[in-house]
Write a protein that binds this ligand. Structure first.
Ligand SMILES: NC(=O)c1ccc[n+]([C@@H]2O[C@H](COP(=O)([O-])OP(=O)(O)OC[C@H]3O[C@@H](n4cnc5c(N)ncnc54)[C@H](O)[C@@H]3O)[C@@H](O)[C@H]2O)c1
Length: 378
């Protein structure tokens, strides 16, 4: 297939809009393959997202200019949506109705119904479940699928971080039900549910407990992005959960737990999993993304754990580096996401996390609410 240029617009430029799509501009060259159309390059500029327009700047002279309406512009074939959660449904449906391919951030709306509505549009889509793109995570999946560690018995997933620990952390859209929907559930647990599904399969049932530990925050005085602090002004109520603890039962019979917090002092992106099975175990930590702890063998007792360094043979590592343990970073995960999205468009079939995966994750999140509200007296 010959190379094509794809016009891609980005809707909204907060943290994800400025950090994540930028490196993907280079994805046509970073991940070389003549099968994939080249993405145009773009540069972030502010845009009026309320009217569902976005700015796009590309290397191609035929490309749309900043501020044009991406939905009616036939030089835009795909749209990356990095807006706050409450806008995902409106923008996602509009993009799909306009016949454009959709690259949208998780959790795809505030409720499962929002993700379902966007999914119903059936365009090629990609969703920002970037941790499933980690080559070590892919390697873990392969090890499990090959049966090398026997049958998985139990696993724990953790997503603990500190972005909301500061008492002066501004009361942005993230902390409000109408705009953010859930709190740490949409932000981090959505990733955890996706990883759990990827590695262990369907979740059959769950029971969850949530809590708000910092009940009030200062309102921002102007536009405020992720991690913004505010001081001295009016204070408002935090409306969604800081913390979740959850027990999982998988259709396979495996058991699991998932703990997540946005107010975990001392934890910076402490994301990972431990998977135990009848013959071995797997350990992964996002902070050492290129390593997978693997316990394999027939020893059972005192069986060693070795650290496998991810190399060109695992996931898309080889598209970036020729040797093992030359570290990939967070933004590389977005480049992989972009490349898979482009391949989905080129092939006309999904090859990445899609809005259907967001629906699955969102349904589990919806079910997590209120599970333990009645309580089980000790
Ligand atoms: N995949 C990942 O790892 C990951 C990481 C972070 C965020 N995200 C997702 O990306 C999306 C954006 O998150 P972010 O961290 O970039 O947020 P952010 O707060 O940094 O940016 C959001 C943007 O929306 C604007 N905004 C705020 N309120 C608005 C309103 N009422 N109307 C219009 N615009 C408004 C802000 O000015 C800002 O430009 C979210 O859906 C989030 O879940 C994904």
């Amino acid at each position: 297939m010959s190379r094509q240029t794809l016009g891609v617009a980005v809707v909204d430029f907060g943290w994800m809009g400025t950090r994540a799509p930028a490196p993907t501009a280079a994805s046509g060259s970073t991940i070389p393959s003549s099968r994939w159309p080249r993405s145009s390059s773009w540069s972030p500029t502010r845009n009026p997202i309320g009217s569902v327009t976005a700015s796009i700047a590309t290397a191609s002279p035929a490309a749309p200019t900043a501020g044009e309406d991406v939905l009616t512009n036939d030089r835009v074939q795909a749209v990356s949506v990095t807006a706050p959660n409450f806008l995902h449904r409106e923008i996602g449906e509009a993009v799909a109705r306009a016949g454009k391919h959709l690259w949208i951030e998780k959790p795809v709306g505030v409720l499962a119904a929002d993700a379902e509505a966007v999914a119903a549009a059936r365009v090629q889509s990609a969703v920002g479940f970037n941790y499933r793109n980690v080559p070590a995570v892919q390697h873990a999946r392969t090890v499990i699928e090959q049966g090398a560690i026997g049958t998985v018995t139990n696993a724990c997933f953790r997503l603990l971080t500190d972005y909301a620990t500061h008492p002066h952390g501004a009361l942005t859209w993230r902390f409000q039900r109408e705009q953010g929907g859930s709190g740490v559930l949409g932000d981090l647990v959505s990733h955890g549910v996706d990883l759990a599904w990827l590695l262990l399969g369907e979740i059959h049932s769950l029971v969850a407990d949530t809590a708000i530990f910092i009940g009030e925050r200062p309102k921002p005085t102007g536009a405020a992005s992720h991690f913004a602090l505010a001081e001295g002004g009016e204070v408002g109520q935090v409306e969604n959960e800081d913390y979740l603890n959850c027990l999982l039962r998988f259709t396979s019979g495996a058991r699991g737990s998932l703990e997540s917090s946005r107010i975990s002092v001392g934890d910076q992106c402490n994301y990972g999993f431990e998977i135990h099975s009848t013959k071995g175990a797997l350990y992964w930590d996002f902070r050492r993304m290129g390593e997978l702890g693997v316990s394999l063998g027939e020893d059972y007792l005192d069986q060693t754990v070795q650290t496998a360094l991810v190399g060109p043979g695992q996931g898309e590592t080889g598209a970036f580096q020729p040797g093992s343990d030359i570290a990939l970073g967070y933004e590389d995960l977005k480049v992989i996401e972009a490349a898979r999205f482009l391949r989905s468009i080129a092939d006309g079939k999904p090859c990445c996390a899609t809005v259907d995966d967001a629906v699955r994750s969102a349904r589990a999140l919806d079910r997590s609410y209120g599970c333990l509200d009645a309580g089980f007296p000790a």
